[in-house]
Design a protein around this ligand. Structure first.
Ligand code: NAD
Ligand code: UDP
Length: 337
């Protein structure tokens, strides 16, 4: 059996996916430029799985560096997480996002072509549903975007569709993640953002830890049951297992396919805060502030396609997601170093 290359494999979702792949018996090669993660994640996944992964500190812009990885290892498939992911920053720095995410992916695909590697599982996002589609989101709805980050996902999906047309033996599986949260239940791996978190759960975790004073809830006047935004939160280890299922699917089928990875259930900001309070045994100070520009009221998946075709279904509920996030936060108050 050849190996799988996991780009962005020391990042939040990638590191958990590596655990799932190692546990499933896949030989794993990790490539990451460490711009938003720490190499310590590799040691942690080895501790969890008692298996080894080979690590390269390489950027997707570095074609020769990527060739070297394919020279050193027989790579059968690429699980492509590497990319920049902050929506607000993408509005400020569109060139950096298009360069890193799109140009980096093109270079990776060119190297894959040189080495006849024809399977990719790509980290897409629910953001490709834009702001016009009704919930729940279904895979065959039209895609669009409202910011440069979102456009990089829409465009990379299109590039993969086009490659599948040009090369009938290529397999591209795009996984549209909803809102991944939580951590490995050992407390050894979790989300480790640089600076002040943008996303809800890492922010709440820092408030619970006493590092940030209070949560600011971005609007309570949405047309939702309690007025706060509703999202489909999915446990990162469930998501990780979704990648193993997606790779197995990609190895058996050619062509392009997109799958939602979500639970199919929506939770409000207040639902998340209450679940986190239960997990950490403290109350979370909060205030209601203005809506955040660009936010939509409600996003959740129709998760039936992944269930039917990948035989994958999310198993963890919000309480477990928050309990696992809190365990990682308590055990690693400064994140991984
Ligand atoms: P992350 O920042 O923790 O992981 C991304 C990893 O890629 C980091 O380790 C970073 O160092 C690395 N990286 C970035 N640019 C690189 C480059 N040019 N070359 C090599 N490595 C590079 O983010 P994450 O939350 O684990 O997200 C992983 C993927 O999933 C991303 O593509 C992201 O857009 C997508 N996604 C994330 C979410 C989410 O809410 N976290 C939702 C939908 C989609
Ligand atoms: N949110 C919030 N305060 C924060 C961060 C997020 O009220 O400090 C809300 C946000 O408006 C949205 C939900 O929490 O309704 C999830 O936001 P997140 O940024 O985690 O994910 P996304 O907006 O990308 O779905």
């Amino acid at each position: 059996m050849g190996k799988i290359l996991v780009t962005g494999g020391t990042g939040f979702i990638g590191s958990h996916a590596c655990v799932a792949f190692l546990n499933a018996g896949y030989p794993v090669v990790i490539m990451d430029n460490l711009s938003n993660s720490k190499v310590e994640a590799v040691a942690r996944m080895e501790l969890i799985t008692s298996k080894q992964a080979r690590f390269y500190q390489t950027d997707t812009q570095d074609v020769d560096g990527m060739r070297q990885i394919f020279e050193d290892n027989k790579i059968d498939a690429v699980i492509h997480f590497a990319g920049l992911k902050a929506v607000g920053e993408s509005v400020q720095k569109p060139l950096a996002y298009y360069e890193n995410n799109i140009s980096g992916t093109l270079k990776l695909l060119q190297v894959m072509e040189e080495y006849h590697c024809e399977t990719m599982v790509f980290s897409s996002s629910a953001t490709v549903y834009g702001c016009e589609n009704p919930v729940p989101y279904l895979e065959d709805m039209p895609t669009s975007a409202t910011n440069p980050y979102g456009y990089t996902k829409v465009m990379i999906e299109q590039i993969l569709r086009d490659i599948c047309v040009a090369n009938p033996s290529f397999s591209a599986v795009c996984l549209r993640y909803f809102n991944p949260i939580g951590a490995h239940e050992s407390g050894l791996l979790g989300e480790n953002p640089n600076g002040i978190p943008n996303n809800l759960v890492p922010y709440v975790a820092q408030v619970a830890l006493g590092k940030l004073e209070k949560l600011r809830i971005f609007g309570n006047d949405y047309d939702t049951p309690d007025g706060t935004g509703v999202r489909d939160y999915v446990h990162v280890m469930d998501l990780a297992l979704g990648h193993v299922a997606a790779l197995e699917y990609g190895q058996k089928h050619t062509g392009f396919e997109a799958f939602n990875l979500g639970t199919g259930n929506g939770s409000s900001v207040l639902d998340v805060v209450h679940a986190y309070e239960k997990a950490c045994g403290k109350s979370i100070p909060m205030e209601i502030v203005e809506r955040r520009a660009g936010d939509i009221a409600i996003s959740y998946a129709d998760a039936s396609k992944a269930k039917e075709m990948l035989h994958w279904e999310a198993a963890s509920d919000l309480d477990k997601m928050c309990a696992d996030s809190w365990r990682f936060t308590l055990q690693n108050p400064k994140g991984l170093s």
